[in-house]
Design a protein around this ligand. Structure first.
Ligand code: RAT
Ligand code: ZN
Length: 438
């Protein structure tokens, strides 16, 4: 006989077999707790055509484009000449009709269809298109958020993207569930071009990092921070990123990014390990992964204790080191299972590892959704694994005789799904103490 949790949080004595009740409650809480999706490529409806939705966008997701090339002989140059509809048709035929859709990204498409009430056995793409054409976008956005259990999303906002900045310049009131993140890729990864573009935009910036350039670069970021009101700054970095080098990127981090992070109390998110354009012919589907050096992240955290860092690594091999670093630095918050890691077997491994090393003091997932409906599958699939990983650990407690209440489970899941992030974006002085130092 063991004790088990009850609905109101009290303990009652039940038979061991009733561990199923514990599992059920964990699943229920995980499924019902709203999540803040801290990294997406979605846009608020006010961004017009940048806000992607519908079956043609879903099918032409670059994860699926890459997979399609595994099965067809079509040359990339020819593929990119097709219209979006033609590309979607080819991907549909290749991955869903002529082959069994077994990969995570293709199962994801079927999860979306099922959750929207479309028969996943439908092979006629025209029929599926009808459903999406009939949607009213404002209501549809709320409906997708509701089905996905997502309360808010953070966008990825690039101050060098003309299509995007043109909309920001209009100062529109955005849907309140979409927030900005200021993306620094072009500035930190391609300074030569970025400096020219900033100059063209009226900032007295030169390629050489003299004092005036630093001042003007900060002024450029001041402008965009005031306009976008981002919740954090972010950059994706290559696998060979080294904070030990004295290169332009590191000088910009030291002289521009970190001072701004302190001044505005904005966390700095580092997404490390992408090898851009491993196969340029595949365009956005052509990036790869490489193992990075976590010591560079530790150096950043150690040298800037007053800056809050969010970090995710693309390589599976870096995940354990990231957890250990987070035990050493309470200004470091690991987040998400990024891109090629966003597969059930790997999410399961990473989440279990993180719980074992960090308890609940991490952010388990982000969707990276580029197309609105992807929120549905990314969160449905991840929730299942997060629930399993949590259950596994509550079960260990149960076996020892330490009983958990529903309230505790709710508190834990809330922290992981929204609280840790909300706490992280608060000014340093207002952050709750993080109890994860190892
Ligand atoms: O996951 C993706 O869609 C990638 O293409 C990238 O956008 C990556 O997530 C990134 O933010 O750089
Ligand atoms: Zn992304």
């Amino acid at each position: 006989m063991i004790k088990n949790i009850t609905e109101n949080g009290n303990y009652k004595t039940v038979h061991l077999a009733d561990q199923t009740a514990l599992r059920q409650i964990v699943e229920e809480v995980v499924n019902q707790t709203p999540v803040i999706d801290i990294h997406t490529h979605l846009y608020a409806p006010e961004f017009g055509k940048l806000n992607l939705f519908g079956i043609d966008e879903i099918l032409t997701y670059h994860y699926l484009v890459a997979e399609m090339f595994r099965y067809t002989d079509i040359k990339p140059e020819k593929f990119w000449q097709l219209t979006k509809e033609q590309r979607a048709e080819l991907i549909w035929k290749t991955l869903f009709v002529e082959n069994t859709p077994l990969s995570e990204a293709s199962i994801g498409v079927l999860t979306i269809l099922k959750e929207l009430g479309i028969d996943p056995n439908t092979t006629d793409l025209k029929e599926i298109r009808q459903f999406f054409k009939a949607q009213n976008i404002t209501e549809y956005v709320s409906r997708i958020f509701e089905i996905s259990g997502v309360s808010e999303v953070i966008m990825t906002n690039d101050p060098f993207d003309a299509e995007e900045t043109e909309i920001w310049e209009r100062n529109l009131a955005l849907n309140k569930n979409f927030h900005a993140a200021l993306r620094m890729d072009r500035m930190l990864n391609n300074w030569k071009t970025a400096s020219v573009e900033m100059k063209q935009a009226g900032f007295a910036v030169e390629e050489k990092l003299n004092d005036k350039t630093i001042r003007e670069t900060r002024r450029f970021l001041d402008k965009w921070i005031n306009k976008m009101k981002p919740l954090y700054m972010a950059v994706s970095l290559p696998d060979d990123f080294s904070y030990f080098a004295n290169d332009t990127r590191n000088q910009l981090i030291q002289k521009v990014v970190l001072p701004i992070a302190e001044e505005y109390e904005l966390p700095f998110a580092l997404m490390i390990g992408v090898r851009r354009s491993v196969n340029p012919a595949l365009r956005v589907a052509g990036d790869g992964v490489g193992r990075a050096d976590v010591k560079s992240l530790e150096k950043l955290c150690a040298e800037s204790p007053d800056v809050s860092f969010l970090a995710t690594f693309l390589s599976r091999e870096n995940q354990h080191e990231l957890c250990v670093s987070a035990r050493k630095f309470s200004n470091l918050m690991p987040f998400g299972c990024w891109w090629f890691l966003n597969n059930p077997s790997i999410i399961s491994e990473i989440t279990r590892e993180r719980i074992e090393l960090l308890g609940t003091s991490f952010i388990p997932q982000h969707s990276d959704a580029r197309v609105l409906e992807q929120l549905i599958y990314k969160w449905k699939h991840s929730r299942k694994i997060i629930a399993e990983s949590l259950f596994e650990n509550y079960e260990k407690l149960l076996k020892i005789g330490r009983f958990v209440s529903r309230k505790e489970i709710e508190r834990d899941v809330k922290r992981m799904f929204s609280g840790n992030f909300q706490n992280w974006i608060k000014p340093l002085t207002k952050k709750a103490a993080v109890e994860n130092n190892g």
